[in-house]
Write a protein that binds this ligand. Structure first.
Ligand SMILES: [Zn+2]
Length: 77
C-alpha cells in the first residue's frame, strides 16, 4: 500500500532543513511556541524546526490550533 503523500510528508520532516523535531518535543514546546507566536516573535529562530513539524503533522497542527485559539482569546480579555 503505497501512500505518496505520506512519503512526501516524511521526506519533508526528515529532510536536511533544520533540526528534527518529533511529536514529544513539539508537545513540550507548544506552549512556549504559541506564546512567542502571539507575541509576534520569530518562532522559527526561537524554536527551530517546530513550525516545519506542525506543517507536516496534522495531530500537532490541530493541538497547536486549539492552543493558539485558547491563549489568543485569553489574551484578548
Ligand atoms: Zn507531531
Amino acid at each position: 500500500m503505497e501512500r505518496p503523500e505520506l512519503k512526501q510528508t516524511l521526506g519533508r520532516l526528515l529532510g536536511p532543513a533544520g533540526p528534527e523535531v518529533g511529536c514529544d518535543v513539539c508537545f513540550d514546546e507548544l506552549d512556549r511556541y504559541v506564546e512567542l507566536e502571539l507575541a509576534g516573535e520569530d518562532v522559527d529562530t526561537a524554536i527551530p524546526g517546530l513550525r516545519a513539524h506542525l506543517d507536516g503533522c496534522p495531530a500537532c497542527r490541530e493541538e497547536h490550533d486549539s492552543l493558539h485559539a485558547l491563549v489568543g482569546s485569553e489574551q484578548a480579555l
